[in-house]
Design a protein around this ligand. Sequence first.
Ligand SMILES: [Zn+2]
Length: 176
Amino acid sequence: MADQGLPPAGRFVGDALVNLFQDRIKQLIADLGREVTYVLTPQQVDCPNCGFDFVNNRSNNVHTPNASGASFNKSFTTGQRCPVCQGRGKLEFSRSVTHKSLVGFQPAPEEFNYTEYGLTPDQVLRTKNALAVLPDIEVAQYAIIDGFECEKITIPRKTGLRDLAFLVTYWKRRNT
Ligand SMILES: [Zn+2]
């Protein structure tokens, strides 16, 4: 490796300190975290009760008998609107997950650029999570924090001491 003008790595911040830091932050999330509900992008599935018209991107208005149960198997006359999907050909199921999250209110101006987003401190919240929940945070449409619906205003940013083990995400309260 080319000489970067640096001493050998790990003499000051070694594995033990990095691990200790991560353990402490995770413990903080577990101890002080709030139960935050993340509402994810809805799951979309083909309607079991009809066929799909790929040209028009909607139901083909033909009943498909199926074994998905009475509420998903409703006979109808060909050409009429499918009563299960209302003619869309797809069904959407809302999804949400709850993760313990450290919640910060009114992040400091050094930390969050209020001017760039045109927001005031009382509108902005910060969540901190373990990296493991990244897939959920990425597809979260909004979060419910202390009963308030909050829109995601930044993508999750990975943080950590040497190893990126945590996520910081900023949210804006709706209707405030
Ligand atoms: Zn249908």
